[in-house]
Design a protein around this ligand. Sequence first.
Ligand code: GAL
Length: 381
Amino acid sequence: MMYKTIFKCRYILAVMVFCALGQVRAQKTSFQPGKLWFDNNQRLINAHGGGVLYHEGKYYWFGEHKGEQSNAAWVGVTCYSSADLYNWEDEGVALAVSKDEDSPIVEGSTIERPKVIYNEETEKFVMYFHLELKGRGYEAAHVGIATSDNPAGPYQFIKNGRVNSGKWPSNMTEGQRTSTDKPDDYEWWTKEWMNAIENGLFVRRDFKAGQMSRDMTLFVDDDHKAYHIYSSEDNLTLHIAELTEDYLDYTGKYIRIEPGGHNEAPAIFKKDGRYFMITSGCTGWDPNAARLLTADHILGQWTLHPNPCVGKDAELTFHSQGTFILPVAGKNDAFIFMADRWRPENPIDGRYVWLPILFEDGMHILQWSNQWDLSVFDQLD
Ligand code: GAL
């Protein structure tokens, strides 16, 4: 009897040790850009075009849920949480698509590039995303807004639409505002048309209905003011729009950046009082060379710099397109460039490319690494 009990206890202990070892083995301690990334349930992380919120000691990664055949939203925005950035726990669906055909976020609509920020005043988590209405391709160019009382959700859909209708960008001159030429006066892609675009042809076209908003990110500054940064004017020009104090609307203050410059996939961070933005060119799901922009004021003058990527495949952003720049909590000047390697023929197989932002002579650079961990940032201190 005694012997049997000891045997049983040893057996249970062995199983426990085995499980614990398995657990330890499963703990990841590095990033492997472009490889398959699994969550705590050993399922592929499905959070594309994502962004990360850091809240009370935890990171929350929000992204587009993608299926095998279509890029449309059949599930919604997913959420994963992590304490260390390497190991991610599935938090389920943060914003679910609706079954109601009248809802702007009905199953089969397109929900892309969700980002979440926290409003300390209202204590609400606020999600913005690029929304395309079902059956209308990419024509609507709307922003969608949802809120929640909890970081991982569930988020309630609030509203959608174009941006800043009836408002002029503050860096558009009086002459540009009052010009009377129309899109029909030009043939697309001619020199004259490009010139007219730079002078605000599409801003005027969309003045009443509101400005188009596709690829996007959000940014909260040190003074708690938040900004929506989005590709507008048929993806030809980036806009940065200031949000109201509750982050649920626009103050009407906004600027155009690089008119006609074809910037998509904006991602931004701030270091030593200076704003850095990495964008992509505009080639759909195909990768292209990233661009770097800097400014001393977020609504100020932005300067374009050469591609921040160096080394092999730099001209293709290492076969990826940026989505967010993640500041690592508790480390100085530690930022991670998050990007997607899209697979439009099997969207769920899109891969995550996360790379550390390194600095050289005050400018930052991105270089490929098969595997890396957060200790790369310690060398910067
Ligand atoms: C990309 C964009 C993606 C998605 C895609 C659709 O340029 O960055 O988020 O919208 O186009 O073709």
